[in-house]
Design a protein around this ligand. Structure first.
Ligand SMILES: Nc1ncnc2c1ncn2[C@@H]1O[C@H](COP(=O)(O)OP(=O)(O)OP(=O)(O)O)[C@@H](O)[C@H]1O
Ligand SMILES: [Mg+2]
Length: 220
């Protein structure tokens, strides 16, 4: 489902030192894998998710998604591949502030031809306790509601791979449980999840555990 082979990524800034954000990262995820990635701030976790999801070109190595070499594709083909196979939950949410909660969830279906998104959005809003707020603008939502909306948007078309960056970072224990349980069920149903987290409780839900340090990823 996802394969990374010797991925490296460097950031260079004018006048500043070069930052080695990813160093020779190699791993693979199969259907049913729920993998957590933990590591200190700045070690490269968000960079890893962006590279895996086709949003940031690595400087070296290869990313395979659904048996396709992601960065060998044209930008349009890469966007289509991403739309078909990947759901993102970003660390900063990236919701659309002038759309309602419901329309933000449905925006996750724009790259799909499937007509099931409306039903799926209703189910997810109920499951994630968002139904009462369906028609509110994102700008009027609490941070926790925004985070659950971002998760619902990622899940709405049941992509094969979910890349989630700190999806419980702003949630209380009950809501964290709902989010982590939703991701675990999604993996049990045959999806794959790559979860970046600082939340120690998440390790109980994941079935594979990775640790990242200064751009180096190891399975523990
Ligand atoms: N666009 C960029 N330009 C320059 N440096 C960057 C850029 N994005 C990230 N970095 C640097 O690369 C390193 C890895 O960043 P990244 O965001 O992947 O870390 P992280 O593990 O997700 O951190 P956190 O837990 O704080 O979210 C950091 O040192 C960061 O400052
Ligand atoms: Mg990060």
């Amino acid at each position: 489902m996802l394969g990374c082979h010797n991925i490296s990524k460097r950031y260079t800034q004018k006048g500043g030192p070069q930052i080695e954000a990813l160093r020779e990262v190699t791993f693979a995820l199969s259907p049913g894998d729920f993998a957590s990635v933990q590591g200190p701030s700045g070690c490269g976790k968000s960079t890893l998710l962006l590279v895996c999801g086709g949003l940031l070109s690595p400087d070296g190595g290869q990313v395979l998604l659904a048996e396709t070499d992601v960065y060998a594709q044209s930008p349009n083909d890469r966007a289509r591949l991403r739309g078909r196979h990947v759901g993102f939950v970003f660390q900063q949410f990236h919701l659309i502030p002038y759309l309602s909660l419901r329309d933000n969830i449905l925006s996750g279906s724009l790259a799909h031809e499937r007509g099931c998104a409306e039903t799926s959005a209703e189910t997810l809003m109920t499951r994630l306790d968002l139904h009462d707020r369906a028609h509110h603008l994102v700008s009027a939502l609490s941070i926790g509601e925004r985070q659950r909306t971002a998760l619902a948007r990622a899940l709405v078309c049941e992509p094969q791979l979910i890349l989630a960056d700190e999806p419980t970072g702003n949630l209380d224990p009950d809501n964290s449980h709902i989010v982590l349980q939703s991701l675990a069920e999604y993996a049990q149903a045959g999806g794959a999840v790559l979860l970046v987290t600082h939340d120690p409780s998440s390790t109980g839900y994941a079935n594979r555990h990775f640790v990242m340090n200064r751009g180096v990823l190891r399975e523990s």
